[in-house]
Write a protein that binds this ligand. Structure first.
Ligand SMILES: Nc1ncnc2c1ncn2[C@@H]1O[C@H](COP(=O)(O)OP(=O)(O)OP(=O)(O)O)[C@@H](O)[C@H]1O
Length: 241
């Protein structure tokens, strides 16, 4: 579904992402972890059109080169992301927020009625239907994150990029969130590529983990393989020292 080849991004003399290669398949949940400054956010930004990667980088989504495309054009193709800092519109209701995803996230134009149907479906799937008329600014953080997921779902994604969606949540809220993410894959066939610092959140649900360190891919494997990987452990210990 997503094939990234020789992804490179420099800031002045600093190589933030250093010729990284990987693929994400259909109905797969892939975690992206690594110490602070490893290049995770830069990698996400380079895939989603926020940053322009260096020449030689190839990013193919369903066989189409998306490197030169703008963020909204990439989203319309079905590659949708959430942000580390939640970006819902606080002054709108929950339902209005989800409608923005349903109306603007799709390649084909969607009627108001169809958008409303998709929004209702997304809110029901995520479990937020009873909050649909609330002003978003009044929601607690866990529900704002659910709302971000609902809005993304309403735009009919094929691949969802999640940026530290578990941060700031209690263990109970994290368990609920990971359950929702697993259902997105199992029941809706959506692939997930997920940056996360909270290991308990990502290790329990990911099929595969990619580890970045100093811009390079340090390791890739199942959660169990990554937990036992000496180089990965050392990279994290170095981060804490
Ligand atoms: N806009 C920028 N200009 C210059 N340097 C940048 C910019 N954005 C990121 N960097 C640098 O690129 C490197 C990778 O940063 P990035 O934010 O991608 O790491 P990260 O793995 O997401 O870190 P964290 O886990 O702390 O969010 C860091 O050295 C960072 O200082």
């Amino acid at each position: 579904m997503l094939a990234v080849t020789d992804l490179r991004k420099e800031f002045g003399g600093l190589v933030a992402v250093d010729d990284v290669n990987f693929e994400i398949g259909d109905e797969e949940i892939v975690g992206l972890i690594g110490p602070n400054g490893a290049g995770k956010t830069t990698l996400f930004n380079s895939i989603t059109g926020v940053l322009e990667p260096e020449d030689g980088t190839r990013v193919e989504f369903d066989g189409t080169d998306i490197v030169a495309l703008e963020t909204h054009a990439i989203a319309r193709k079905g590659l949708v992301r959430t942000f580390q800092i939640v970006r819902v519109f606080d002054e709108m209701t929950v339902f209005e927020n989800v409608m923005t995803g349903a109306l603007f996230g799709n390649e084909e134009s969607v009627s108001e009625r169809e958008a409303e149907e998709r929004s209702r479906d997304a809110l029901e799937f995520i479990g937020l239907m009873d909050k649909k008329d609330m002003t978003t600014g009044n929601l607690p953080i866990a529900q704002k994150k659910q709302l971000e997921l609902a809005r993304a779902l309403a735009s009919k994604p094929r691949l969802l990029l999640l940026d530290e969606i578990a941060s700031g949540l209690t263990p109970g809220e994290i368990a609920e969130l990971t359950d929702t993410i697993r259902r997105l894959r199992d029941e809706r066939g959506i692939s997930v590529f997920w940056i996360e610092h909270i290991m308990d959140a990502i290790m329990g649900v990911a099929d595969r983990i990619i580890v970045l360190n100093s811009g390079r891919k340090l390791a890739e494997g199942t959660p169990d393989e990554i937990r036992d990987n000496k180089e990965v452990i050392e990279a994290y210990l170095g981060d804490e020292a």
